[in-house]
Design a protein around this ligand. Structure first.
Ligand code: DGL
Length: 221
């Protein structure tokens, strides 16, 4: 069995991608009790991350995906016994962006904690990275905003929110919070007007990492 956790609907995006691709024994924890993660201190996030990994290991998970960019920023600070069993996602998300970009100009939208950590720009040496904190979008998505429910007025608002990063002449936009792929098609539509050609979906990258781990453990049916 493999496991994953996140603070809310972001983890459900990851679970959906995994379920669409493979039949694997999966346990997932949607940690609404501690949501949102994006406004937690580093110390609080370390505690939450260690606790969630422990809970999933106790439930029988052999590997645990930290299916959340914000929690993944503290991976290096969690105890060794947790690190050995856990898979963080930031570096793999950044690598996907590295392969997509032609200009080396990359935008990142993420929570405040992720932006303050500069985990993405540190994982993208040699690229010009523009990080924008959009924590309020997490709550909007948890309250039901998605590609399916978005209205014209929402689109106008979203364009305003994204503009500071879209105006930087980027060609790749990282959805650096696993909640944001709920609005992937809307983001793609808006961003394409500014010349963005690639959208990197952090939930998809996380799903691929867990699928790869379960293949290595020989767990896929
Ligand atoms: N979905 C999470 C992420 O990938 C965090 C959302 C939150 O709880 O603030 O960063």
């Amino acid at each position: 069995m493999v496991g994953l956790f996140d603070s809310g609907s972001g983890g459900l995006n990851t679970v959906r991608y995994i379920r669409e691709a493979v039949d694997v024994d999966l346990v997932y924890l949607i940690d609404r009790e501690n949501a949102p993660y994006g406004i937690k201190t580093k110390k609080e996030l370390v505690r939450i991350t260690e606790r969630n990994i422990r809970r999933l290991l106790d439930m029988g998970a052999e590997r645990v995906l930290i299916a959340c960019c914000t929690a993944s920023t503290v991976y290096k600070s969690i105890g060794k016994e947790y690190r050995e069993k856990a898979i963080p996602i930031i570096e793999a998300v950044a690598n996907t962006a590295k392969y997509s970009t032609r200009s080396g100009r990359i935008g990142v939208i993420a929570t405040k904690r992720t932006v303050d950590s500069h985990a993405f720009s540190r994982a993208l040496p040699g690229c010009k990275t523009y990080e924008l904190s959009l924590g309020e979008l997490v709550g909007m998505i948890d309250s039901g905003l998605s590609d399916e429910t978005v209205t014209e007025a929402d689109e106008v608002r979203l364009e305003k929110m994204l503009k500071p990063v879209l105006a930087k002449n980027i060609d790749t936009l990282i959805l650096g919070c696993t909640h944001f792929p709920s609005l992937k098609e809307t983001a793609r539509k808006i961003a394409s007007r500014y010349g963005v050609t690639s959208i990197v979906d952090s939930a998809r990258v996380g799903a691929d990492l867990l699928i790869e781990a379960s293949e290595k453990l020989n767990l896929n049916g």
